[in-house]
Design a protein around this ligand. Structure first.
Ligand SMILES: [Zn+2]
Length: 485
């Protein structure tokens, strides 16, 4: 048999966490046709992978890529890291199932302006991606804040019965159209006044379709533990799996709290499906938010409509230059985005090392001076945390990025190198792989990533996108969602 491509001589890290082994991998018709000693097999193209790891393509468990998949389909910020599938629609913000007449309020403006929110049905967004595919695969959730902005005139109160029914109707349509589940961003202004029961109502819609509930918690500092309890309660009452987004303890007085939240989550896992994602940095990033200023040791501006030249600048320095305090300076920059140094390295390591933790970049691809997590998350876990700090083995790092999220999100045939699975593959040099995106130069591609394949086609090689766009926008596969093992 003649294969399209054989990746030969690499070290196979298959995604399950089992030790690496020498092996060749054959690709045909988008899938893995064979694994083993294929030195005698014929192939149109043979790629020498000697000295490289061959792993399943990484699954970015937490993204805000809904619009960038369409606007910048080569997706270099993800393909350059070895990412082959992105989970979109997080933190209550989705582009799917939202058509806005006015300008989107923060944090919806992180994804673009009114023209970005043009997909009345969730299926319209999926169809747009089918018509103009991206380089990487995607799957999306429908966002609670997006539903609120579209449905409610006054966001500063709970939804009334009519608004609740309207949101549930749209969510139901989204689930019919293949949404993975419902997400919330209860921390943010558009959703903050939503009581637990409003969210539980929407979560029930996702549950009925077999989907999941992902949440940016109501609070990540003083009331972190109560916020975790609320998320677990919603999961129990609605009867569905919960994903705690970008798990962290924000603000110095709250450092160390992840020891308690992880214990709570471990205990809850005996009774209900729950997991989390995390990014490997002590700084967070979102819209410029007044409440974040006082709990951060340093704030960097990622974009500003009022003062575009402020991007990349330190807020305290800007404030000094203008003779203002940081709050007055922040007001002058709005609307804007920022990076907040407010976590403790010990919490970051504890969450990363938790065996169930998935890796999610939470990158903000529309920011003009983005947080480096957008370009650096996956190589940083492999290079800094696995190789240098030995927080876990290479095989374990790869498992957190591949088979684990594939199970939790029901991505059948992905996340594991096995015959018959989709050929989503990343090849990299384990000794060199490293993030090069920094807070100063945030869009530098990672080092050590060699070639990246999506559905059997090479999308990244020799440090650049190939121009191929084989990505598929996937739909919820309820039978494949697995929180058991
Ligand atoms: Zn978030």
């Amino acid at each position: 048999m003649r294969h399209e491509t054989i990746l030969s001589g690499g070290l196979v890290v298959d995604g399950t966490g089992t030790p690496a082994y020498r092996g060749d991998i054959a690709i045909a018709a988008g899938k893995i046709a064979a694994i083993g000693d294929l030195s005698q097999a014929e192939a149109a193209t043979r790629v020498d992978c000697t000295g490289l790891v061959v792993a399943p393509g990484f699954i970015d468990a937490h993204t805000h890529d809904d619009a960038i998949l369409l606007d910048f389909p080569e997706m270099p910020m993800k393909a350059s890291q070895g990412v082959t599938t992105v989970v979109a629609g997080n933190c209550g913000v989705s582009v799917g199932a939202v058509a806005l007449k006015g300008e989107p309020p923060p944090p919806l403006d992180l994804l673009g302006d009114r023209k970005t929110y043009r997909f009345a049905r969730f299926g319209d967004w999926r169809k747009a991606l089918a018509d103009a595919p991206a380089a990487v695969n995607s799957i999306g959730m429908v966002g609670h804040s997006s539903l609120r902005v579209q449905t409610m005139g006054d966001l500063g109160r709970p939804a009334d019965a009519k608004e609740q029914a309207a949101m549930e109707r749209i969510a139901e349509g989204a689930m019919e159209d293949g949404a993975l589940g419902v997400s919330t961003g209860l921390f943010y202004a558009p959703a903050r006044m939503a009581p637990t029961r409003e969210v539980t109502g929407l979560a029930r819609i996702a549950a009925k379709a077999g989907g999941i509930y992902a949440t940016h918690l109501r609070d990540e500092g003083e009331f972190l533990e109560q916020a975790v309890d609320e998320a677990l309660q919603i999961g129990r009452e609605a009867g569905l799996a919960v994903v705690l987004s970008h798990h962290k303890a924000a603000g110095k007085p709250h450092h160390g709290k992840t020891a308690r939240t992880l214990a709570t989550i471990d205990a809850a896992r005996k009774h209900q499906p729950v997991t989390l994602d995390v990014y490997p940095y002590v700084a967070s990033s979102t819209v410029l938010n007044v409440e974040r200023l006082d709990i951060s040791t340093k704030v960097l501006i990622t974009w500003s409509k009022a003062m575009p030249a402020a991007r990349g600048r330190d807020l305290a320095e800007l404030a000094a230059e203008h003779g203002l305090d940081i709050h007055a300076m922040a007001a002058r920059l709005q609307p804007a985005g920022a990076i907040y140094f407010m976590m403790d390295e010990a919490d970051v390591r504890r969450v990363l090392a938790w065996p169930e933790a998935m890796i999610g970049s939470d990158g903000l691809p529309h920011d003009t001076h983005p947080h480096p997590r957008l370009w650096g998350t996956f190589p940083r876990v492999l290079g800094h945390y696995a190789r240098e700090l030995k927080l876990f083995t290479l095989e374990e790092a790869v498992r957190k990025m591949t088979s684990l999220p594939a199970k939790r999100f029901g991505l059948a045939g992905r996340g594991r190198l096995a015959k018959g699975n989709w050929a989503d593959i990343a090849t990299f040099d384990a000794a060199l792989v490293a993030d090069r995106a920094t807070f100063e130069t945030p869009t530098r591609p990672a080092a050590g990533i060699a070639r990246v394949y999506v559905n059997g086609q090479c999308v990244w090689a020799d440090g650049a996108p190939t121009g191929n766009r084989p990505g598929r926008c996937l739909a919820l596969d309820r039978g494949a969602i697995d929180f058991a093992g």
